[in-house]
Design a binder for this molecule. Structure first.
Ligand code: HEC
Length: 444
């Protein structure tokens, strides 16, 4: 009898800590910070009746995604985590084995291969033979992987203190990839037209669980060993920005965007990470050097990117100082969440990464309620919103967009919402590709 009462009491205590949302779905009152699993959350889990800004729930979602993406992949199985390893274990990471942009959008319009296959050498910018875990950084145009993203076009590049350009890479998980391939959306002619009157829902509709990555890499040449030790680095076949020749070199991860479409947030959840030594102030243990800043306060960040995309200044290019705008610092709660995960990931390179921002579609009232897909991704209906006082840009990928909330992730991608469900890359790269440099980054 006594044990029964005890059991019942224990149950009541247990249930007091959780709240019911959708039928069958119970969300803990506090987030369960966990870096020991390669399985991400299928959706953000917010307790029923929660009405504050759900920072922790979204930032925890971001970290769980990050851990899943950087987990070592199972040998020979693209996009599958090796459950026998830990987040810090060796080998290519899950996201690195996802299907890359150039495997989806062939420059001859030919059909992409199945998810687990690799293309013949002719399809990549280095004409390299590739297999499981290999990575090619470069583009046939020579600028597509160097120009930062503007509103559907390419803008100026980011150069690090060593004169090297940040190199960008886009990758699709199997759910997103199979969807695009099965509808033949790699061909522009097949992109669904937008009927008049304009419908409420986007004409393209990625399945739930679609996950798309944009990664930013840097050749760490000239960095001190102390600096290098704080990066996740790996070998990649890299197309030289000056000569177009390709060689195998070690590249460090400086930034990572992860966007995931979930049942409660069909506008996708937008997570963005940076390596912690990008700019001052010094993160704990920083060896006195920054990737994108010379440490001299007198050298302010320029208001506009001084570098053009065409012609591209040869490497080593002249670096400029990058700072995080004092108007839009990382949210203090986000910083706290990163501290917890950095501790959980101690003794792995991942302890040197942090969330820059998580963006999500906002709604009033009960935050556990799903946001209808008819709602857009305008500034006013997303966090951190039109009057943002915290970060909505990643220093390594939207360097000059830090103070213009209309150029937050969701607000900019919202312009591609109706046609391609927010995913600019489809609009830019479906064959024949339409991506090109903005007028402002082409020298007259
Ligand atoms: C000023 C506009 C703009 C902003 C701001 C912006 N992006 Fe993008 N983004 C683009 C464009 C354009 C592309 C496609 C580039 C290309 O064609 O290769 C892109 C590509 C991506 C991709 C690859 C998938 C795809 O099809 O779009 C991801 C993921 C992504 N961005 C995430 C983010 C996140 C996260 C943020 C905020 C931290 C952000 N973006 C901010 C314009 C923007």
């Amino acid at each position: 009898m006594a044990s029964r009462i005890l059991l019942a009491t224990a149950l009541v205590v247990l249930l007091a800590g959780v709240a019911e949302t959708a039928p069958g779905k119970v969300c803990p009152q506090d987030v369960v910070q966990d870096a020991s699993s390669p399985v991400p959350l299928s959706d953000v889990c917010i307790p029923e009746g929660y009405t504050d800004i759900p920072m922790d729930y979204f930032d925890d979602f971001s970290w769980r995604e990050f851990v899943a993406m950087v987990w070592p992949a199972a040998q020979g199985k693209r996009g599958v985590a090796d459950t026998k390893k830990t987040a810090g274990g060796p080998g290519p990471r899950v996201f690195e084995t996802y299907k890359s942009l150039y495997e989806l959008f062939h420059d001859d319009g030919s059909a992409p291969r199945t998810f687990n296959e690799y293309d013949p050498p002719s399809q990549n910018a280095c004409a390299a033979t590739t297999g499981f875990g290999d990575m090619v950084l470069g583009s046939k145009s020579g600028i597509d992987d160097i120009g930062q993203a503007g509103v559907g076009e390419l803008v100026g590049p980011l150069v690090a203190q060593n004169g090297k350009y940040v190199r960008l890479q886009t990758l699709y998980n199997q759910t997103a990839y199979d969807y695009l391939v099965s509808h033949k959306y790699y061909l522009r002619a097949n992109l669904p037209p937008v009927p008049t009157p304009r419908p409420d829902l986007p004409v393209m509709n990625f399945p739930m669980g679609s996950t798309i990555i944009k990664a930013a890499w840097l050749d760490l040449e000239g960095f001190t060993p102390e600096q290098k030790a704080r990066f996740y680095s790996r070998m990649a076949i890299v197309k030289d920005a000056n000569t177009g020749k390709c060689s195998k070199i070690s590249m460090g991860l400086v930034g990572l965007h992860i966007v995931v479409k979930t049942p409660s947030r069909p506008q996708w959840i937008w997570s963005s990470f940076e390596q912690v030594d990008a700019v001052p102030p010094a993160a704990f243990g920083n060896p006195g050097k920054y990737t994108f800043n010379d440490g001299n306060k007198k050298n302010a960040m320029p208001a506009e990117n001084p570098l053009k995309l065409i012609p591209l200044q040869p490497e080593p290019a002249t670096p400029y100082n990058v700072t995080r705008s004092v108007m839009t610092p990382i949210h203090p709660k986000t910083e706290l969440m990163s501290l917890v995960y950095q501790r959980l990931l101690q003794k792995t390179p991942w302890e040197f990464y942090q969330i820059a921002t998580t963006q999500w579609p906002r709604l009033e009232g009960n935050q556990a309620a799903p946001v209808p897909a008819t709602q857009g991704g305008e500034m006013t209906t997303t966090f951190p919103g039109a009057g943002a006082t915290t970060a909505f840009a990643n220093l390594t990928m939207e360097t000059f967009d830090q103070t213009r909330p209309q150029l937050g992730c969701m607000s900019c991608h919202n312009q591609a919402r109706m046609t391609v469900d927010f995913m600019w890359s489809v609009l830019d790269h479906a064959f024949p590709a339409k991506v090109g440099p903005a007028k402002s980054v082409v020298a007259k």
